[in-house]
Design a protein around this ligand. Structure first.
Ligand code: FAD
Length: 313
């Protein structure tokens, strides 16, 4: 009996959310196997990984959801894993969705704890409900809710690294990443940024985000937004924070012209502090905010930027 974890990484450095997935995987019990695609991930022994399986294949290194699922499927056969765990990222959820379809199995997303006999605790309804559920299958497929489990380390030795030849069908490679287009805020990941400057309908237009970009640049922050903004085409969906976007947990979340709908708060309530800038003193976001500036963001944001420039000069 063992557990298999998909580890996402950036050039061999593990993604923080994958380290959180490893912490939950240790609670499943049994030796921990990990799969990394594109490069060997370093330092995983400290997170309880006994064996790291590495696939180096140009066709799927950038990302190919069905092919990644095929690799996990193959490893389940080779390791006899009783559970497959991934981070609750867009990729983690997509790959495990493919694996569930391949094996015709149920799949539990947003898990925050595992018990004996297949019981899991899951976050539901944008974080307003905890569900106790039981997975009725021999092989359990789980993704871990972002920022809800401490990554933590253990006194593990070095993980054994084994190369793996992926056995793929042509259909596994139909969907794959062939090119990366840089976005203006590329470089700072929204999910891992220490500061997020986020804009809603109150920003008024795509061009209005220029002043948020400027502030973000001074704070070494990522730029986020509400769903109204992505629906209007002002920003890409990758910038959306919320229930159907990215879940963030920065030290500071600056919400500019965002009303604070429950679906938005579901994505930013992990922030240590929230600063709301809103012209409406009755906006719901004020109930979640630690600090608020009631005013027109087109005056408040440039004023903050000007003060920061003064302080930094
Ligand atoms: C199934 C489902 C999933 C959803 N998922 C998400 C999600 O993941 N993320 C998400 O964000 N939403 C999500 N939504 C949408 C959500 O319900 C809200 O509609 C959305 O968050 C509102 O966006 P907003 O705050 O930008 O706009 P609004 O609610 O219109 O708020 C705009 C705010 O800007 C303020 N404002 C206006 N002008 C100014 C100004 N000049 N200066 C300062 N403040 C100003 C206003 O006072 C107001 O508070 C989802 C909805 C559903 C049904």
């Amino acid at each position: 009996m063992s557990v298999l974890v998909l580890v996402e990484h950036d050039g061999g450095s593990p993604d923080e959310l994958s380290l959180q997935a490893l912490a939950l995987a240790r609670d499943v019990g049994g030796p921990v196997h990990a799969l990394s695609i594109g490069a060997a991930v370093t330092g995983l022994g400290a997170y309880g990984v006994e064996t790291l399986h590495v696939v180096e294949d140009d066709r799927l290194s950038a990302y190919a959801p069905a092919a990644w699922a095929a690799c996990l499927d193959q490893l389940v056969g080779e390791t006899g894993a009783q559970a497959v765990v991934a981070a609750g990222t867009n990729r983690g959820n997509e790959v495990l969705g493919h694996l569930a379809a391949r094996r015709d199995l149920p799949f539990a997303a947003n898990v925050i704890a595992v018990g004996g006999d297949g019981s899991v605790t899951r976050v539901r309804w944008g974080g307003s409900l905890l569900e106790e559920a039981r997975i009725e299958s021999e092989l359990k497929l789980l993704t871990v809710a972002p920022h809800m489990v401490e990554a933590g380390t253990v006194n593990g030795g070095e993980a054994r690294v084994e190369g793996m030849e992926a056995e793929l069908a042509e259909a596994d490679l139909v969907v794959r990443v062939v090119e990366h287009a840089e976005t203006p805020s590329a470089g700072i990941s929204l999910a891992e940024a220490k500061v997020v400057v986020s804009g809603g309908r109150g920003v008024g237009s795509a061009d209005g985000f220029g002043m948020l970009e400027e502030l973000a640049g001074l704070l070494n922050a990522a730029v986020g937004c509400s769903r109204v903004v992505t629906m209007a085409g002002w920003r890409p969906h990758t910038d959306q924070v919320g229930q159907t976007g990215t879940k963030v947990a920065p030290d500071l979340y600056i919400a500019c012209g965002i009303s604070g709908a429950t679906q938005h708060i579901a994505g930013c309530k992990g922030a240590k502090k929230i600063l709301a800038i809103n012209s409406d003193a009755e906006a719901p976001i004020l109930a979640s905010a630690d600090y608020a500036v009631i005013g027109d963001l087109t005056e408040v944001v440039p004023a903050i930027t000007a003060e920061l420039r003064k302080a930094q000069s």
